[in-house]
Design a binder for this molecule. Structure first.
Ligand SMILES: [Zn+2]
Length: 105
């Protein structure tokens, strides 16, 4: 029996439907959320402090574990490239100050 092709839903078959199982606590409570997020990324051999006001990432509602998917990685990649370019544009006046301010653990 042929399936009717009148489905009104979006044709998204690539992504797994939420909720996912959490790799940490094993509960099926991972859903995509939009959260503020900061992290350090290595870009072009430099540490970039990435700061996202609205980062869309799957997160466990139980333990808070972030589950990075392709979309999340892309956001981080783009943010670090943007930051690197911004750093380059004022690197000449800032670089010496930044080195002085860095604390050695
Ligand atoms: Zn969890």
């Amino acid at each position: 029996m042929p399936e009717p092709l009148t489905s009104s839903g979006p044709a998204e078959t690539r992504a797994r439907p939420f909720p996912w199982f959490c790799p940490k606590c094993r509960r099926q409570e991972v859903r995509r959320e939009t959260i503020p997020y900061q992290c350090q990324r290595l870009h072009d051999g430099r540490q970039i402090a990435v700061d996202l006001a609205s980062f869309s990432v799957p997160r466990c509602g139980h333990c808070g574990e972030l589950v990075f998917d392709y979309e999340a990685e892309e956001q981080l990649k783009q943010a670090s490239v943007k930051k690197a370019i911004a750093m380059d544009s004022n690197v000449l006046e800032k670089v010496s100050k930044d080195f002085e301010q860095q604390e050695v653990p």
